[in-house]
Design a protein around this ligand. Structure first.
Ligand SMILES: [Zn+2]
Length: 125
């Protein structure tokens, strides 16, 4: 089961976003529509989660959100990739999460990364 089913969802309204999330925090988020238990979109902000969610609130794209604050760009990227792959095909996300600017990180959940890791293993035969 997904962890968001046990978590509280917050109404996607500007005053609540401002009350919950300080300026300048990195983080990931999921957007939900009223009456739906699966998120319609997953995303992240490497600079200001609050501003990103405020922009979503202006579009009326979703009714509720859930979020996590992350302290490093790497954790933020991996958390978004995890959600993206877990919910692949079930959300409005059309493209794979982009790497954080200036960092050479690979998504650990992509098949190509898995194959590359497997090929780098020592052979005992
Ligand atoms: Zn991936």
């Amino acid at each position: 089961m997904f962890d968001h089913l046990q978590r509280r969802l917050y109404r996607l309204s500007p005053w609540l976003i401002r009350a919950l999330i300080p300026v300048g925090y990195k983080g990931t988020y999921k957007l939900f529509r009223l009456g739906q238990t699966e998120p319609i979109y997953v995303g992240r902000s490497d600079t200001c989660l609050r501003n990103r969610l405020l922009r979503h609130a202006q579009t009326n794209r979703a009714d509720y959100f859930d979020y996590d604050v992350h302290w490093t760009l790497e954790n933020c990227f991996i958390a978004e990739c995890s959600a993206y792959h877990t919910l692949l095909g079930k959300t409005d996300n059309l493209i794979h999460p982009a790497q954080p600017h200036g960092l050479n990180l690979k998504c650990p959940f992509c098949r190509s990364t898995f194959d590359q890791i497997r090929q780098n293993r020592f052979s005992y035969s």
